[in-house]
Ligand binder design. Structure first.
Ligand code: HSE
Length: 434
């Protein structure tokens, strides 16, 4: 049996991890696939740095086109990242009849429709296990083991950097900036970690999970997105008093034919299954109508976990090639044409509970004024805490609400914010699993 040849574009952390697992576990993989998987070419602008992987210098090239043009290469793994050149190279590889593996969540979230359609048009396969949750096999589970189910809900901690920062703020009482600095120094965060902390990275991943679960691309711009940079140690302490933790959650729920899709910090009960997913770990909770709840947990980033995910895609495709098959599984694991996007519910129709931290003057009647305006907008309080007095004479008035409509919350806050009883903007955090 002839070997299956792979070309890798991008020899950074993920490329090196992929090469490492393919070489180190070569025999195990050969036994599982029934033939050798050979790394025939690796393209990267840096062909001299030592990546700790025994690759012959002749395999390395600075020219990614060499990978695309090589007629002996069956599978191209795009591991360079970015949404410009990576997109062109993937489309060019597909045009030449090559199967593609990618870890590029930004590219799939922004240009998924074009890439899924190109794969179908050219009769090649596209696999992207590493794009969500690093080493966690969540894409394979949605495409395979859960494929009999209507997915009713997804709730994930999809960004390890934010999760690390929130964990340090919770466990050590660190302020946000200090936790970010520590994450950068330990290599858990880029400097600056913008796309990780502002919710963009998690939104990219949620868009991909929604696309597979609901069978059509999800418009990234319609996924509500908020980051963790406004969370303070004070909010974390109050959350604790309410028996809750703050996590950056990516949530999708099936709602009467539409999908609720949002990424934001959320308070969840301390005994919630996601509340103790800490540090750089990711976890994805999925509910299916028949299977019920499922939980996936593991490292969402890093050379070896992400290399493991990319290699699993290469193995899947190598098995197909060995059997003389292709297109066994369409990119989104749905056979129907991808004509429409998933219908995402407008955010102002969301119903959930809320945490408000008002910074208010410590005067008689202030709490009743606040609760009166909330009441006029159908927002009912379930708990209130008022403690301490700060140096400016204002106090935190902290409330949890019963379920309310997001639109009403926006309107109520627009009425409250200009009042002179409030000294600072109000902190709003949605509450899940109330
Ligand atoms: N930057 C991502 C995270 C890992 O912090 O989870 C790669 O997707």
């Amino acid at each position: 049996m002839k070997p299956v040849n792979v070309g890798i574009i991008g020899f950074g952390t993920v490329g090196a991890g992929t090469a490492e697992v393919l070489l180190q576990n070569r025999e195990i993989i050969r036994n599982r696939v029934g033939t050798d998987i050979v790394i025939r070419r690796i393209a990267d602008l840096d062909v001299t740095s030592d990546r700790g992987v025994a690759i012959e210098p002749s395999v390395l090239t600075r020219d990614a086109e060499e990978v695309i043009r090589d007629p002996e290469i069956h599978i191209v793994a795009e591991l360079m990242g970015g949404t410009g050149r990576a997109r062109e190279l993937i489309l060019a590889a597909m045009e030449r009849g090559k199967h593609v593996v990618t870890a590029n969540k930004a590219l799939l979230a922004e240009h998924g429709k074009e890439i899924y359609e190109a794969a179908e048009r050219h009769g090649v396969d596209l696999a992207f296990e590493a794009s969500v949750g690093g080493g966690i096999p969540i894409i394979g589970s949605l495409r395979g083991g859960l494929s009999a189910n209507r997915v009713t809900a997804i709730m994930g901690i999809l960004n390890g950097t934010s999760n690390y920062i929130l964990t340090r703020m919770t466990e050590k009482g660190q302020p946000y900036d200090q936790a970010v600095q520590e994450a950068i120094e330990l290599g858990y965060a880029d400097d600056p970690p913008t796309l990780d902390v502002d919710g963009t990275d998690a939104a990219h991943k949620l868009a991909i999970l929604i696309s597979i679960s609901f069978g059509a691309p999800a418009a990234l711009g319609r996924i509500h997105r908020e980051g963790i940079d406004r969370i303070t140690p004070e909010d974390i302490r109050f959350a604790n008093e309410f028996g809750r933790r703050i996590k950056l959650l990516a949530i999708a729920r099936h709602r009467n034919g539409r999908v609720e899709a949002r990424v934001h910090p959320a308070m969840i009960p301390t005994d919630h299954i996601l509340a103790n997913v800490n540090g750089p770990y990711n976890a994805i909770y999925v509910e299916g109508d028949f299977v019920g709840p499922n939980l996936y947990y593991g490292l969402g980033a890093g050379r070896r976990p992400t290399g493991s995910a990319v290699a699993s895609d290469i193995i899947y495709l190598a098995r197909e090639i060995r059997q003389g098959m292709k297109n066994f599984m369409p990119p989104l694991a749905h056979a129907r044409p991808l004509e429409t996007e998933v219908d995402i519910q407008p955010m102002d129709e969301l119903r959930c509970s809320y945490y408000f931290r008002f910074s208010a003057l410590d005067r008689p009647g202030v709490l009743s004024r606040i609760s009166g305006i909330l009441g006029e907008h159908d927002i009912s309080l379930s708990s209130v805490i008022q403690k301490g007095r700060d140096v400016n004479g204002s106090v935190p008035v902290v409330t949890l609400t019963h379920e309310a409509l997001e639109r009403d919350v926006v309107r109520a806050l627009a009425r409250l914010e200009p009042l002179d009883i409030l000294t600072h903007p109000t902190m709003v955090i949605r509450v899940e699993g109330a």
